[in-house]
Design a protein around this ligand. Structure first.
Ligand code: GLC
Length: 755
């Protein structure tokens, strides 16, 4: 046996022992070991390591699976959707999963809590369920910016603001990874619409790309240290993101210092060899075509072996180097875990709900209200998530009507009979019957017209009315202004008729918005006494709605996107969902409406959401950051401290109302030396603990200088902190400023090597 063979054999034995005594191979071993493995792999093995095994070979239920190299102790990695919980279809009889997943609230609902600790806990809970079915990496969270409210996957994303997106995304990553499961930030980058997503070219200038669309990823990568990143389907300035070396290797890996693995989205891109040379580590789900294309490119020299080796080495490093937290979580008794997760799903849903209107303190519901009339299909078939790869097949869902009965409320028998006769017969508790998440929702039918005569009869049987308006989004398809943003004539007349009749009898009318994104409210909001946004709130949503309506929980959610009065108020509205005509329709995973656009130009640059609203002084239905409470909070003693790496904004928050509650403090900032002081941007936030009446808390919002930097195309470093007089505003929304302060900063050209 040659020395070389003897050495590599001994390395292998050492590693085999390490892996099998459940100890992480010693880190000292790994670099040396990687080179050893690499030098002993065949070309075919290297190609297989950078391409998933494919749908057919993935173990049932897993979304993706990678190749193992047994002789070197390189394990498979099992990849599993998604951002709202683990996507396994336990209803398939031939799959005997040990666990049935929990459907947590969708991303927008979670982010609307503005509560990083809560988001961490949800990530941790999803990670624990993933551990029970031996998944190694969760394909989530999705952290693309909500550029336009018709974006089809906005429900799977957090906000129109990059700082909020990055911080919430980092919390989710740290939560998932706290139990040894990897998280995947997706979809890198600029997946802000779904129409023709696999062929759509996003044209955006560098400054906007950096400061708006990449910034959330940069924060989540540097703060969360995710195991993986998934590139997007779309092109960016003419190059498929999965084939873009500047994006993946230069910005993500070199500038930001990302050390995890980069995978493609499923069946995305057009050139496997170019994906590897761009810096992709895993082409998913992987196919024989991908493998033969890489092989041919090696033979032709279009792909160099050292490029493949680089990618292989990074995959190996991930595969054989589990997260240190893997051994920190011992699998809980699954019944106990699922019970804990169900109550967490309820808490998370309630904390993300946003109270938009509460005329005359209609809410919490008064004690004399016992019988409620439930109008709207969504009261009976409530939407707990959207369609697509993120849909969780939970064992049940609590509809709004059931939430009411769980709190002892009766309902109008007449209306219940009308709706039961009208609604499709489906198992209202199963969310598995939609073709694995992409099917059509059999429950989605038009609202029933209800006559004023019927409403009059119903009113006599009830003390209050609840009207649920719902909207169902889905991956692969954008929302439409008419069907999603506008309210239908039936919905409009329902709200107006119910309001006229119930108000006449001094009975309250509450509207629940079971929606993924802003809808038009100007035409009807005055007819409602209260409006609560439940979002798509996961399997416990019905209970959480009544936690809020009864006052068991004080609402504390705040909007993470602006609600415009008209869709056309958005600068991005005119060019959405894109221009041009695609000759070739690229059929993509997940179906969807393959409309024509091939390009979408982000001409509005940074005028997105509240930035646009503030700069253009437009009025808005409900501003970014807005949310009402059942109590009032007062801010005092605000002052600012300058620290070596950050600015601290300190203040005292006092609950001056009559009930306990938590407040969301937002800090916006602008460099007033640059002129336009209306262009304040969110730079930090804190959710307080629950404060009792008259209780105060000292709050510090810490703002790293990194968050104050601008991207300067001229400067050879890019990111820099400009000298100036910085104003800081402590606020309850982008338009409700409570206090302000200022400091002078001398600034620096950051030249931060990690971007
Ligand atoms: C889908 C989605 C992605 C998902 C993947 C695997 O097309 O874009 O979010 O994780 O494929 O299902």
């Amino acid at each position: 046996m040659t020395i070389k063979t003897l050495k590599s054999t001994s390395i292998v034995i050492l590693l085999w022992v390490a892996c099998h005594i459940n100890a992480k191979p010693s880190s000292a071993l790994i670099p040396y070991h990687l080179k050893e493995i690499l030098s002993n792999l065949s070309v075919q093995e290297k190609i297989e390591l950078v391409t998933g095994v494919g749908y057919e070979q993935s173990p049932q239920g897993m979304t993706g699976y990678t190749t193992s190299i047994e002789r070197f102790g390189v394990p498979h990695m099992a990849l599993l959707d998604g951002p709202q919980g683990i996507r396994i279809d336990w209803s398939k009889k031939d799959l005997n999963y040990s666990i049935r997943p929990t459907a947590f609230p969708t991303a927008t609902a979670l982010a609307s809590s503005w509560d990083k600790k809560l988001v961490f806990k949800v990530g941790e809970a999803i990670g624990k369920e993933a551990r029970h079915i031996n998944a190694d990496i969760i394909l989530g969270p999705g952290i693309n910016l909500q550029r336009n409210l018709l974006g089809g996957r906005n429900f799977e994303y957090y906000s129109e603001d990059p700082i909020l997106t990055g911080r919430i995304g980092a919390s989710m990553v740290m939560g998932i990874q706290s139990v040894g499961v990897g998280a995947t930030l997706k979809h890198f980058v600029a997946n802000n619409s779904e129409t023709n997503r696999a062929a759509l070219d996003i044209v955006v200038d560098e400054k906007t790309l950096r400061e708006l669309y990449l910034r959330g990823f940069k924060i989540a990568v540097q703060d969360g240290q995710p195991r993986a990143i998934m590139t997007a389907y779309n092109l960016l300035n003419g190059v498929h993101t999965s084939q873009d070396r500047r994006l993946i290797t230069q910005i993500l890996k070199k500038e930001w210092g990302f050390e995890g693995i980069v995978m493609t989205d499923w069946m995305s891109g057009t050139d496997a060899a170019q994906q590897i040379s761009a810096g992709v580590n895993l082409i998913m789900p992987g196919s024989s075509d991908d493998r033969s294309s890489i092989k041919k490119s090696l033979q032709s020299g279009r792909l160099r072996m050292e490029q493949l080796d680089q990618s292989v080495e990074e995959v190996l490093r991930s595969a054989i180097n589990p997260l240190p937290t893997l051994h920190s979580y011992k699998l809980l008794n699954k019944e106990k875990l699922l019970k804990n997760n169900r109550s967490l799903a309820r808490v998370a849903a309630a904390n993300g709900m946003v109270l938009l209107r509460n005329k005359g303190k209609t809410l919490p519901l008064k004690s004399n209200i016992r019988e409620i009339a439930f109008f709207g299909n969504g009261s009976y078939h409530s939407l707990i998530s959207g369609l697509g790869s993120g849909r969780v097949c939970s064992t049940y869902r609590v509809n709004i009507i059931e939430g009411a009965s769980n709190f002892g409320y009766g309902q109008s028998k007449l209306l219940e009979e009308i709706m039961r006769n009208y609604l499709p017969k489906s198992n209202p508790h199963s969310v598995c019957d939609y073709g694995g998440g992409f099917g059509r929702d059999p429950e989605l039918i038009d609202e029933r017209d209800i006559s004023e005569k019927e409403i009059g009869l119903i009113e006599r049987q009830s003390d209050a009315a609840i009207i649920t308006i719902r909207r169902l989004p889905g991956e692969g398809k954008d929302l439409s202004e008419e069907d999603h943003f506008e309210v239908s004539q039936t919905e409009l007349s329902l709200v107006r008729s119910v309001s006229d009749i119930y108000r006449n009898k001094k009975k309250p009318v509450i509207v629940i918005l079971n929606v993924p994104a802003p809808i038009e409210t100007e035409s009807w909001a005055d007819h409602a006494d209260a409006i609560l946004v439940s979002w798509l709130g996961g399997q416990e949503m019905g209970n959480a709605v009544f936690d809020i309506l009864t006052g068991k929980q004080n609402p504390s959610g705040h909007l993470t996107a602006s609600w415009p009065k008209k869709y056309s108020d958005l600068q991005s509205a005119s060019g959405f969902p894109g221009i041009g005509t695609s000759e070739k329709l690229i059929p993509i995973f997940g179906g969807g409406d393959m409309a024509k656009p091939t390009k979408i130009e982000y001409l509005e640059q940074d005028s997105v959401g509240y930035r646009d609203i503030l700069q253009s002084q437009k009025s808005v239905a409900y501003p970014f950051g807005f949310g009402m409470h059942y109590t009032e909070f007062e801010l005092s003693n605000m002052y600012i401290k300058q620290r070596p790496h950050n600015v601290e904004v300190l203040m005292t928050i006092t609950n001056i109302g009559e009930v306990s509650g938590a407040d969301v403090i937002q800090v916006y900032s602008v460099n007033s030396d640059k002129g336009d002081v209306t262009f304040r941007e969110l730079k930090g936030f804190r959710k307080t603990d629950i404060l009792s009446p008259n209780q105060s808390a000292d709050v510090t919002v810490t703002i790293p200088y990194r968050e104050l930097e601008i991207f300067n195309n001229d400067n050879d470093c890019g990111w820099m902190l400009e000298k100036g007089t910085y104003l800081f505003f402590a606020a309850h929304s982008s338009q409700h400023i409570m206090s302000s302060g200022m400091i002078k900063l001398k600034g620096y050209p950051s030249c931060e090597k990690n971007g």
